[in-house]
Design a protein around this ligand. Sequence first.
Ligand code: FAD
Length: 319
Amino acid sequence: MPQPTGSAARATVPISFELLPPRSPAVAARMPATVDRLAATGPQFLSVTYGAGGSSRAASLELVQTILERTSVPPMAHLTCVGATHTEAAALVRQFLDAGVRRFLAIRGDPPKGGGPAGELTSAAQLVQLIHRVQAEREPYGERPLPGLPAVHALSGSRPRVEVAVAAFVNGHPGSRHANQHIDALLAKQAAGATLAITQLFFHAEDYAAFVPRARAAGVTLPIVPGIMPVTSLARLRRTLELSGEDTPADLAIRLEIEPTAEGQREIGIAHATDLARGLLDAGAPALHLYTLNQPDAALEVLARLDLIRVPDLLEDSR
Ligand code: FAD
C-alpha cells in the first residue's frame, strides 16, 4: 500500500546516526530540522559527540535535550573521561542522567596535543564502570505499580539500568602497542558492563569480516555495529584520515583525486559508502551506524540506495 508522502519510514535493518554539537550559529539554527529528518527514518538512537576534556559539554547537553524534546528517538550521549578526576566524571554522568539520558557511548578520548592533566580515569572501561555505578547510586531499586492501587508502588527485583556502548577499532587503534591490544581493550570494556560496540569508520567490508571473528575468538560477545561515513570529497577524506588514524584507502582516494567536480566526488563517496554498507550487511553486520557530520543528505542517500528508507525521507520538506 502506498505510504503518504512525508510519513515516518521504518528501517528494516536497525540504523543509527551520529551528530556533532553545532559549532556555528548557522549549524545550530539548522539542527532542529536535521534532528527531525533523521528521527523520521526510525533510527535506534541518535548519538551526540562530546569534545575531549569537556570542550563541548554545554552544546552536547543542549543537542541531547533537543532530541529528547522533539522526538521519541533515544539520544546516545558520548562522554569522554580523559583528564577528569573520578568526582568530575561522576558529576558529568549525573548531569546527563538528570537530563533524561539512558544511553551512553563511553569513550576515553584523546589527551590534548600539548599535554594536560593526566586525570584519574585512563581508559573507557573505567568510564563504563563509573556510569553503571552512578546510575546504581541514583536508582538503587526498581518500582512496579500495584494492581488496583495506581498511587502505590512496590519494590521490584530489577533496578533500572542504562545502556553503555563503547568504541571498537576494526583496523586497530593507533595507540595500540601490540596487534591485539584493541581487542583486549574491547574485552575489558565488555567486562566493565558495555552492551554494544560501535566501530571507528573504515573503508572495506573485508576488514570488518576479518575483525569480528577475531574479537569473537577472544571472547567478545557484544554486538559490533559498523560505523560508516560517506566521504563526499577529497578534502573530507584527508581530514577524516587525519582524525581517525586509518590508512588511506587507495581505491577511493584515487577515484576522488581524478574526479574534477564536487558533484562527481560526492557521487563517488556515496556509491562507495553504499557498497561498503551492502558488503557489511552481507558479512552479518547487525545494524548500521552513520556518521553524518551534521549533513544528513549523504547518509540518507546511502540508506535510500540500500532500500532501508523511503525516498521521501530524503526531501527536506518531508519532516
Ligand atoms: P580505550 O578503549 O580506553 O583505549 C583506546 C586504545 O588504546 C585501546 O583500544 C588500546 O588499543 C590502547 N591502549 C592503550 N593503553 C591501553 C591499556 N593499558 N590497556 C588496554 N588498551 C590500551 N572522541 C571524542 O573526543 N569525542 C567523541 O565523542 C568520540 N566519539 C567516538 C565514537 C566512536 C564510535 C569512536 C570509534 C571513537 C570516538 N572518539 C571520540 C575517538 C576516541 O576518543 C579515540 O579513539 C581515543 O583515542 C580512544 O578512546 P577509546 O574509548 O577507544 O579508549
